[in-house]
Ligand binder design. Structure first.
Ligand code: NAI
Ligand code: 13P
Length: 366
């Protein structure tokens, strides 16, 4: 037993962490970490945002009405934010991560771990965020973790209870990250399936775009339920083809996030899809969104990856066609039949006879 004395009664040293990116998720996550007892220094690109966070404890452009804990401060100086932090959480757009990493590299403490909060794939390389970190910084994968799950930023900032998954090849790191972010309203489970956890977050954005599109057209719940259900099949086939575990896709980082994102008007991907369904073209939609809708940039890399492993993704293919303006949004629903009209088995994994059908008529997995 620890003797009552200096160590027994002293409060554990507060953990110093950094959050790079002061948009909606970076700010919300900084609040979680502050509420969990960490000393948090955020990096904001714009000095006025950093000032508002440090002085007024608010980030009114991204999280209106939310007051941040006193333990959260911000700076527009990357070195000041990152140096001395044992955990560095990354919440920037997926397409800028590589450049941002180069900027923080020299300031990282030896032994610091990097935690991706992002849900995108890098265009050009088709890499997941943890892979971009590993490649850009030549970083040990045992010092990389990711967090994903049904985590709409504003709901969490309002302290509505939710759960997430922290994933790392290094289970101890996943546990450290989960404990550092444990609050009464934010519960983090752990796993070691980084591929499934990251792809869950990437892929649900694409299905949320599809849901937004049909919503914008005016289609109802049957259409949406069928897209969500078949979307989960596409997500699972894809992720498993790259080494993910099926239960991860059935868990918080897959199904959980799919439900939250497809149901909520807070989702930027869902919102972008709705605008497309209402007839706006992609340029108009991008101009109208002043926040990150990762799905728009992830469609092409995901389809390239799918083709490389022979995975059929009819819903995602059609989202891509709507984005390019080559498919009318009202024609997105017929994805549920095959082109030649031959009925497909709904699931071929459980029922042997259906496996025979799959051989005869083709399947979603080539
Ligand atoms: N908002 C949400 O509910 C959630 C978002 N995420 C993910 O978190 C990531 C960040 O998203 P949000 O914070 O929501 O986006 P956001 O659009 O609210 O904020 C993005 C932040 O990145 C900054 N930024 C833009 N360009 C930059 C650059 N070149 N270099 C550095 N910073 C730059 C912006 O100034 C802003 O502070 C995305 O990958 C998203 O999928 C994950 C879970 C929940
Ligand atoms: O990832 C999210 C919720 O888990 C946020 O979704 P959007 O990026 O579509 O807003």
């Amino acid at each position: 037993m620890t003797p009552r004395g200096a160590t027994g009664l002293q409060k554990a040293a507060r953990r110093r962490v950094a959050v790079v990116g002061a948009g909606s998720w970076g700010t919300s996550f900084a609040k979680i970490l502050g509420d969990a007892g960490c000393d948090v220094v955020m990096w904001a690109r714009r000095p006025e945002v950093a000032r508002e966070i440090s002085v007024a404890k608010r980030n009114s452009s991204y999280l209106p009405g939310i007051i941040l804990p006193l333990s959260v401060t911000a700076t527009s100086d990357l070195h000041e934010a990152v140096a001395g932090a044992s955990l560095v959480f990354l919440a920037v757009p997926a397409q800028t991560l590589r450049d941002n990493l180069r900027d923080i590299e020299a300031s990282l403490d030896e032994g610091a771990a990097l935690v991706s909060l992002m849900k995108g794939v890098e265009k050009g390389t088709n890499l997941r965020m943890s892979q971009v970190i590993e490649e850009t910084l030549d970083f040990d994968p045992d010092r990389i973790a990711v967090i994903s799950g049904p985590n709409l930023a504003l709901e969490i900032a309002q302290e509505q209870p939710t759960a997430a998954v922290a994933s790392s090849r290094n289970l101890e790191l996943a546990q450290t990250v989960a404990m550092a972010s444990a609050t009464p309203y934010f519960k983090t489970f752990v796993n070691v399936d980084v591929i499934g956890t990251e792809f869950g977050g990437v892929l649900k954005n694409l299905i949320a775009l599809a849901i937004g599109i049909v919503d914008g057209v005016g289609y109802g719940e049957n259409t949406k339920a069928s897209i969500i259900t078949r979307g989960l099949v596409e997500m699972t086939d894809f992720a498993v083809a790259f080494g993910a575990e099926t239960p991860t896709l059935q868990g918080l980082a897959g199904l959980g996030d799919l439900i939250a994102t497809c149901q909520s008007p807070l989702s930027r991907n869902n919102t972008a899809g709705r605008l497309l369904g209402q007839g706006y073209n992609l340029d108009d939609v991008v101009a109208q969104m002043n926040q990150t809708a990762e799905g728009i940039s992830s469609v092409a890399p995901v389809l390239a990856l799918a083709r490389s492993r022979g995975v059929d993704m009819p819903i995602v293919e059609q989202v891509s066609m709507v984005l390019q303006g080559t498919l009318s949004p009202k024609n997105l629903a017929p994805h549920l039949t095959t082109e030649d009209g031959v009925p497909q088995p709904e699931s071929s994994d459980a029922i042997p006879v259906v496996k025979g059908w799959r051989r005869l008529f083709g399947s979603t997995k080539k």
